[in-house]
Design a protein. Structure first.
Length: 133
């Protein structure tokens, strides 16, 4: 299958018109469903984007196009709980158990998670900076 491009094409898929294999390129372009011109590649008079970017006006700031690293938690679902084995010392375990028994609507797990979340956020504020990527 060969293709011809419509006049004023901009390299979009909808600008291509199929011409069956073996069929000659029509001399009279009115035979095709939409008026099309045979596809020929010619050098463009318009500079490419690569050359245009090199000749940017003075005083214009450079755009930072580096990929920003994704953090593992950015795609995590907030309702999914992952197992994590926590092995506190016996003294800390006894303290957690004592608190959980005396605090209404709480558990050892909930108390530990609150502390872990606060500590993780504190450490991220220190270590997760853009210059560390």
């Amino acid at each position: 299958m060969r293709y011809a491009l419509k006049p004023g094409f901009q390299f979009r898929p909808e600008d291509l018109v199929p011409i069956p294999d073996g069929a000659p390129m029509p001399g009279d372009l009115t035979l095709l469903p939409d008026t099309v011109a045979p596809f020929e590649v010619t050098p463009s008079a318009v500079p490419s984007a690569r050359h245009a970017a090199a000749k940017a006006p003075e005083g214009q700031g450079k755009l930072d196009l580096r990929a920003k690293p994704r953090r593992p938690w950015e795609d995590a679902h907030p309702q999914v709980n992952k197992p994590f084995n926590l092995r506190p010392r016996e003294e800390l375990h006894a303290k957690l158990k004592w608190l959980a028994e005396r605090m209404p609507a709480t558990s050892m797990q909930k108390i530990a998670m609150q502390g872990i979340e606060r500590e993780v956020e504190r450490l991220l504020a220190i270590y997760d900076t853009p210059d560390r990527d």
